[in-house]
Every structure is written in structure tokens, then in C-alpha cells.
Design a protein around this ligand. Structure first.
Ligand code: F0G
Length: 484
């Protein structure tokens, strides 16, 4: 496993190649405090307050640990509205790493998605092809009265598999896609690295090259969502023969050669907060440029603070270090192995971003219309004070006739913010998952009390369909007492 250290005896453990220099105190709370907190949050982990959470595995977005060099760079930021030297530094770093001449800043990843949708989706009814959607990426397309078609290979939707690149596109489906839509009706093609909603599964460089060749031949811009590129780089380096002899920088350059546009959330890539769009094509830069001061901020900050831009420049550079990018995937893989040993259903192979529990097999008695992944998230919080995120039917939008769109997968994502948690905290999490798995029959479904029309998982409120949360609490108290 990790980096260059080999263990003499015993288990091969993921080893941290950093030390912790700033800490934050945490509390586990009691089972009754957690039950009250989740009730108040409408059984939606997004609406919990941090004071009631022990390990926050909601997301890795904007909560990765920064390095000492990132924090110190923040203090030297050049705070000018226009023409900031901090912006130039960031622009230069992106040019160096991505080989793209132009950079447009935005306040975060979804802002880039908004700008791209506004620029390329000129008429209602246009289509955007992609390996798999991300919630915000799709919402911006739908808000333009356009739609998404997903071309991920069938292997990507198999919950358990040993395929190393489940984020790959099906090239036959891609060719067929171009026969079914006139080219002027296709907005762009989007490939998401480290495919979020199917378990942080990577895309191979080989597949990316094929997709790029088809898109170039047909004349459709290939847009790469590089938000989860750090994990994807690790998997290309360790799982793909084509990349074994390349440095992380070289793999990055090869990825970027395939793209016409690269956008990213710097809340993930670069361990800061912000985002942006890179391209080497002047016509795309010019087309998007005018929207930036309207929606984001002037062209040299785009809604970001200069301090975050300084941290991002350093963070992007640090992403080229294998010791840095291996930490997340190796912790996740270790956690997945531990869960498999006790037969807990998880997505395999382990991906990036986090460990994904398969709620469909964890709670087979809950129908998808009662949100098994959401229920698992609420139940797991009650049992552990660990906060995860639902990635299933709750994260879908209803069809226009009001019927539920059942998602391909029902996942509880336990995100692994990079360099934040220790191995003993991971073992605590595994222990509580084990307890919940033994008591899984007690968990029931959820129904909406307040349901927003779009991205309802963020702020919707729900309630249990029965008194299951109380029964779960009683079982916990009989095993652990009421003080835990
Ligand atoms: N693309 C991907 C692949 C993402 O994972 C995210 C965010 C975005 C775009 C949007 O970026 O949050 O900066 O606006 N994912 C977060 C998550 C929200 O928790 O998975 P953003």
C-alpha cells in the first residue's frame, strides 16, 4: 500500500505521509441527543448541526485538510479587485499543469456548470451526453429545458465488480448517440472523472482517449469535469498499464490533451474553495468570458477570495505528489476491506471520494420509494454520530407527472475528506456499521414532509414511516447504555 514504506510484519496499513499540526475537538454525544437532532433535521443529514456530529463524512467538498504551505500562502494573497497577482499565479499554475492558455474563475464547481449550460445550450430540447450525471451538472441542464443522456458502460452500474474503471463510457453507445441526434442538437459531451454518484469510480485514460477521438471526429466539444481528478489520477497510476510509467504530472497532461474544456470544483481538486474553467480554445473562452462578471465576479477572482486562490495554487501543485493523492483512496480501500470481512454490502472495487454502502442490499426490506439510502444515513447517524450522505432516489428529481424516478443505485456515501480522519476513527466507523448491520431489520423507510422541486436532498425534510427510530434507539441502549 501507501507510498514507499513496506511493513515487516502483520497487516499492510495505509500510512499517513503527513503529521497533524492543528486539531479540532469533537464530541460523540448520547443516543438521545442524536435522536433529537435527526428528528429536528427532518431525517436529512444535510440539516444536522456540526455540534451534534462526531465524524463528518457528509462530503469531501471544502473540508479536506490543508497543508502548512497552503495556509501560509493564504497570508500573502494580493487583495485587488482587478489584476490581482494572486490570480496570475493561479492562472500560471493551471497553464503549467493543464497546458491550457485560458482560465475563467468561478465561485465553485456548480457555477462552472451554470456558465457552460448557459453558453452551450442555446435552445430548449438540446442534449448533453455524459458518462454519468452529477446532481448539480444535470440540474443546470434541466433548467435550460435541455436533457441528459448517460453513456456509462454497463459495468459501471454493477454494484459489485472487480472492474478497475467503472466510470468508462461505452464507445458503441457513444457512436450510436451521434447517429441519433443531429450534431446541432448536442450541446457538449461531459466526462466526469472519479464518477461521483456511482461510487467515486474512475475513468481510464484509454477510454478517455477513445471518447475524445469520437467527439473530435463528430465536432462536439468534450468537457471534462475534473473535480475528482486527484483520485482518478491515483487509479490511473496504480490500475492502468498505460499510465504505470508516467508521472502524475504526465498523466494530468495526457488527460487534458483529450479535453476541449476542463472545469473543476476547487473544494475538491486543490483542497481549497472555488472553481474554474480552463480551455485552450479562444472561441470557448470568449463565449463564456462575458458571463463571468455577470454571475460570478470580475475575471480575476470570479467570486473567490484571494486567500482561497493562493491555497488552490499550492494545492494543485501538491496534487501532483503521489504521497498526497494516495491517502484518500488507500484509506477508503482499507475501510472497504474491513467491511467486506464482516459481509457488509459495499460498492466494489473501492473507489475514490468515500466508502459507499449499498443500501439496497443493506436494507432490502425498504422499497426505493421509501428511500433506503436516506433511511440508512439517518439510522447510521443515530447509531454512531457519523454523518454520511444519501446518494439514491432522494437525490433524483421526480418525473413531470410527479412519479418517483428510482435511481440506479441506493448508496450511503461515507466521504473521506483527505488527511482529516485517523485510522482509529475509521475503525470506530466500521464497528458502528457492524452493529447497525446486525440490527438492520429494525430500520424502516422515510417519507417527505417538505419536498423541494429540485435538488430535494439538500433541504427536504422527512419523517420515518413508523416508530423505527425509537426501536433502534432502544436496541442501542440495551447494547451500549444510554450514555453513548
Ligand atoms: N462535479 C462533481 C464531480 C462534484 O463532485 C461536485 C460536487 C461538483 C461538480 C459541484 O461542485 O460543490 O463546488 O459546486 N460535489 C460535492 C459532493 C457537493 O459532496 O459530492 P461544487
Amino acid at each position: 500500500m501507501s507510498s514507499s514504506v513496506k511493513f515487516f510484519y502483520g497487516e499492510d496499513l495505509p500510512l499517513e505521509m503527513h503529521k497533524v499540526r492543528v486539531v479540532q475537538k469533537l464530541n460523540v454525544g448520547t443516543i438521545d441527543e442524536r435522536l433529537a437532532a435527526i428528528k429536528e433535521a427532518g431525517y436529512n443529514t444535510f440539516l444536522l448541526k456540526n455540534k451534534n456530529i462526531f465524524l463528518d463524512m457528509l462530503t469531501d467538498s471544502g473540508v479536506n485538510a490543508m497543508s502548512d504551505l497552503q495556509v501560509s500562502a493564504m497570508l500573502s494573497a494580493d487583495d485587488s479587485y482587478a489584476g490581482s497577482a494572486t490570480f496570475t499565479k493561479l492562472e500560471d499554475k493551471l497553464r503549467e499543469l493543464f497546458n491550457t492558455r485560458y482560465f475563467l474563475p468561478a465561485h465553485q464547481g456548480r457555477a462552472c456548470e451554470h456558465l457552460l449550460a448557459k453558453t452551450f445550450l442555446k435552445r430548449p430540447g438540446m442534449v448533453v451526453g455524459m458518462n454519468y450525471h452529477f446532481t448539480t451538472a444535470r440540474s443546470h441542464i434541466l433548467l435550460c429545458d435541455c436533457f441528459v443522456e448517460e453513456l456509462v458502460a454497463e459495468k459501471g452500474l454493477a454494484v459489485t465488480s472487480d472492474d478497475p474503471f467503472k466510470g468508462d463510457c461505452d464507445i458503441d453507445k457513444l457512436n450510436d448517440f451521434f447517429t441519433r441526434y443531429p450534431i446541432e442538437n448536442i450541446g457538449f459531451f461531459r466526462v466526469e472523472l472519479g464518477t461521483n454518484l456511482i461510487g467515486g469510480q474512475p475513468v481510464s485514460l484509454g477510454n478517455l482517449r477513445e471518447v475524445s477521438a469520437v467527439c473530435r471526429q463528430k465536432g462536439t466539444p468534450l468537457v471534462i469535469d475534473a473535480s475528482l481528478m486527484a483520485d482518478n489520477l491515483y487509479f490511473m497510476k496504480t490500475r492502468e498499464e498505460l499510465c504505470a510509467g508516467m508521472s502524475i504530472r504526465e498523466i494530468t497532461a495526457e488527460i487534458c490533451k483529450c479535453a476541449d474544456i476542463i472545469y473543476f470544483s476547487a473544494r475538491k481538486l486543490g483542497c481549497a474553495r472555488g472553481g474554474g474553467i480552463c480551455t485552450d480554445k479562444k472561441e470557448f473562452y470568449d463565449a463564456i468570458k462575458t458571463l463571468v462578471p455577470i454571475y460570478e465576479g470580475f475575471l480575476t477572482y470570479g467570486g473567490m477570495s484571494v486567500r482561497e486562490m493562493e491555497a488552490m495554487t499550492v494545492g494543485l501543485d501538491e496534487t501532483m505528489d503521489f504521497d498526497m493523492i494516495c491517502q484518500g483512496p488507500e484509506f477508503i480501500s482499507h475501510m472497504v476491506e474491513k467491511l467486506l470481512q464482516i459481509n457488509v454490502p459495499v460498492i466494489t472495487p473501492a473507489g475514490g471520494l468515500g466508502c459507499h454502502l449499498d443500501a439496497m442490499r443493506f436494507l432490502p426490506h425498504i422499497p426505493q420509494t421509501e428511500y433506503p439510502a436516506g433511511a440508512l444515513g439517518a439510522a447510521f447517524y443515530i447509531a454512531s454520530s457519523v454523518r454520511g450522505m444519501e446518494r439514491g432516489t432522494l437525490s433524483e428529481e421526480r418525473a413531470p407527472d410527479g412519479s418517483e424516478k428510482l435511481s440506479d443505485m441506493e448508496l450511503l456515501r461515507l466521504a473521506m475528506p483527505r488527511r482529516v480522519f485517523t485510522l482509529s476513527q475509521i475503525y470506530y466507523t466500521v464497528d458502528r456499521i457492524h452493529w447497525l448491520y446486525e440490527n438492520r431489520k429494525l430500520v424502516g423507510g422515510l417519507r417527505f414532509v417538505e419536498e423541494p422541486f429540485m435538488l430535494r436532498f439538500f433541504i427536504g425534510k422527512l419523517e420515518p414511516v413508523s416508530d423505527w427510530s425509537q426501536k433502534l434507539r432502544d436496541a442501542f441502549v440495551s447494547d451500549f447504555g444510554s450514555e453513548m
